[in-house]
Write a protein that binds this ligand. Sequence first.
Ligand code: PLP
Length: 388
Amino acid sequence: MALDRTYLDWNATAPLCDEARLAMMDALSLPGNASSVHKEGRAARAALEKARRSVASLARAEPAHVIFTSGATEAANHVLTPDFRMGRAPLTIGALYVSAIEHPAVREGGRFAADKVREIPVTGSGIVDLAALQAMLCAHDHETGLPMVAVMLVNNETGIVQPVADVAKLAHAHGGLMVVDAVQAAGRLPLDIDALDTDFLILSSHKIGGPKGVGALVTRGEVLMPKPLIRGGGQEKGHRSGTENFFAIVGFGAAAQIALEELGERSSRISALRARLEAGMRAAAPDVIVHGSDVERVANTCFFTLPELKSETGQIGFDLEGIALSAGSACSSGRVGESHVLTAMGRDPKLGGLRMSLGPTTTEADIERAIAAFAKVAGRRRLPGKAA
Ligand code: PLP
């Protein structure tokens, strides 16, 4: 990171960690294709399977149940489909129920037709409304196929933790399938696919310090499987064809391993840093609203609104002070869209939100600098009653 910059946008992407960088540099000298039977092929296969074991450990899943993909978005499009197989028999999913705060990767509904995707509301605290889901599942028409429910474990904007084990219980009680986007939870909360009681878990490498463009769909078994999204040479046991993104997978594995080993230590350190950050922000501008501060959040995320400050203006202000953070939900075009998460929580999305997200290499100096920048940006607002 450039010395004059403080990077507080880890939920957008994490800088590549040293472990991933070194593992990838080693892998660059391996010439073989992991599908080849010769010595070079076997060496590549060994590195690939090592990465698979590390990614499986992160989710406490079986290595045989990890399918590598090009990222979480592809994993979501793979699993969110009406076409499943139970063993050799086809199985149809009639409708997809997604929470209103899902990332677009899930919210768009994958391969479901738009009229088969239903939105589960969230409460004003930003937590999925279990009673509403229960009512929706009671009304599900089983003639059309089974219900599928997709709820994220941690929201990318607010960091709020969702009660996915309770959601899964409901989904299963109604004979349905459960999908959990654990992209923002990985490396921040202990993951256990069985304890979460989910059928499928989605992971992304670049949120945990691995390279971009690789992720995984993790399954509970091998019997109930979605129709492959990418067909061809039969890699990943036929679930995801195409020569594996070998170097990136190796980096993903290394990042997963260190994220798991350091999870406890990182969480407590980051939690202390965020407490200092939010105390400093409140001291500088007592009217700041920190979304989700009254419910369970992961330790690294601070999503806030400063009254009378547009998020675009705020983002530019912080950028000029040397702080990289996110405004609302940044569209791929770089424009700032209104936050669908704030809307779902019943808050005025026009107020906008700014997100600082911390990571394993965030320092106390970064936090002090962020607080100083916050004080400046907050001080420049045109508050009612304040002379221009
Ligand atoms: N799900 C969540 C919660 C995310 O935050 C993101 C990335 O921003 C994704 C899915 C998409 O991940 P990927 O970039 O690997 O496709």
